[in-house]
Design a protein around this ligand. Structure first.
Ligand code: ZN
Ligand code: ZN
Length: 338
């Protein structure tokens, strides 16, 4: 079978590899769709921390279950996706229902080889039923589940103002699940085009351009002086994260979904007087995957809003570099495998 290997930063190559055998505890999927995300692009660029090469990229996947291999309740031939964060099942995080932050986590396509292949073995416990969704929709479940998890961490209540900083693919998912939770969404970014997309396509209530507007004044006026009770970072920019502290209402929660490499710093008195809560949000759990699937089935999330580029498996290497260029306006590039 054909695989695409990222041999070193800047270099993708087709390789012929033997189809994996059937292995105890693993189901086999014939890959149908591969969604490309920032992690894949950064790995290709060589800017993804803790990344080893060579590596087969791809973790936003859907396919046909060709060998359930005893996976409970799964049928041969059904459409599936899977939770690509393989966990140990034994550590304190796993024991407390948080396999998404397992101390020994292996993310498919990051720590172990991923989905740019025709056939992939995945742990049986990771399988998720397709539930009548299309392969396109199923490949979008993982990136949207990241957003759904962030909103669940924030415990967004109906009527709350939720400020989402960063309108990239993850930020867009956060906005959608904030809206689904009943929140009043405020989208902030530095890019006017992205903000127009939030307003026109995702029907986000309020947009703020951080590069041209007085952010504090706009937030004060939108929230009638209260400020947002939930602030979520989806930029992974140190500057944006440090700035975010001043936008919180008293009693607010600040959730970091985006990740960067530096130290965060903020004023303790400003934080303390708000009795604020700061938390990180990592990956997603089965409950988030199921929430995304249910929301897609109800038509609350439209895949067409995300998939801006589409290529076949044999075009990936030629097109990949172009997806790095912001001028191309990629939200989600989808690879079709047949
Ligand atoms: Zn991703
Ligand atoms: Zn664990």
């Amino acid at each position: 079978m054909q695989v695409i290997v990222c041999e070193e930063p800047g270099k993708l190559a087709f390789k012929e590899q033997e189809k994996p055998g059937i292995k105890e505890g693993y189901a086999q999927i014939r890959i149908k769709r591969i969604g490309i995300c920032g992690t894949d692009l950064h790995a290709f660029e060589g800017t993804q921390p803790y990344f080893n090469y060579p590596r087969i990229l791809g973790h936003e996947l859907s396919g046909e279950l060709v060998e359930p291999n005893g996976a409970q309740g799964f049928q041969k031939g059904e459409a599936v996706t899977f939770i690509p964060y393989f966990n140990c099942g034994l550590c304190i995080a796993c024991r407390s229902g948080k396999p998404n932050c397992c101390t020994q986590i292996n993310v498919c396509g990051v720590h172990v080889d991923g989905g740019m292949t025709e056939y992939l073995n995945v742990p049986e416990y990771s399988l998720v039923h397709g539930d009548g969704l299309s392969y396109d929709e199923l490949a979008l479940v993982e990136p949207l589940a990241i957003g759904a998890h962030g909103i669940r961490r924030a415990d967004v209540q109906p009527g709350e103002f939720v400020l989402v900083i960063g309108a990239g693919p993850i930020g867009l998912g956060i906005m959608e699940f904030a809206r689904i939770a009943g929140g009043k969404v405020i989208a902030m970014d530095l890019n006017a085009k992205r903000l127009e997309f939030c307003r026109d396509r995702l029907k986000v209530d309020h947009i703020i351009n951080g590069s041209t507007e007085d952010v504090l004044a706009r937030l004060t006026s939108i929230t009638n002086g209260d400020m947002p009770s939930v602030v979520i970072d989806a930029t992974g920019s140190l500057r944006a994260i440090n700035n975010g502290f001043q936008y919180m209402a008293h009693g607010a929660r600040y959730v970091l979904v985006g990740l960067q490499k530096g130290d965060i710093s903020f004023s303790h008195p400003e934080f303390h007087k708000r009795e604020a809560t700061l938390m990180s949000s990592r990956n997603a759990t089965r409950a988030d995957f199921e929430h995304v699937i249910a929301s897609m089935k109800k038509g609350l999330v439209q895949p067409a809003n995300y998939i801006t580029h589409r290529v076949s498996f044999n075009q990936v290497i030629d097109e990949f570099e172009g997806w790095l260029d912001p001028a191309n306006g990629v939200i989600k590039a989808m690879v079709e495998v047949d």
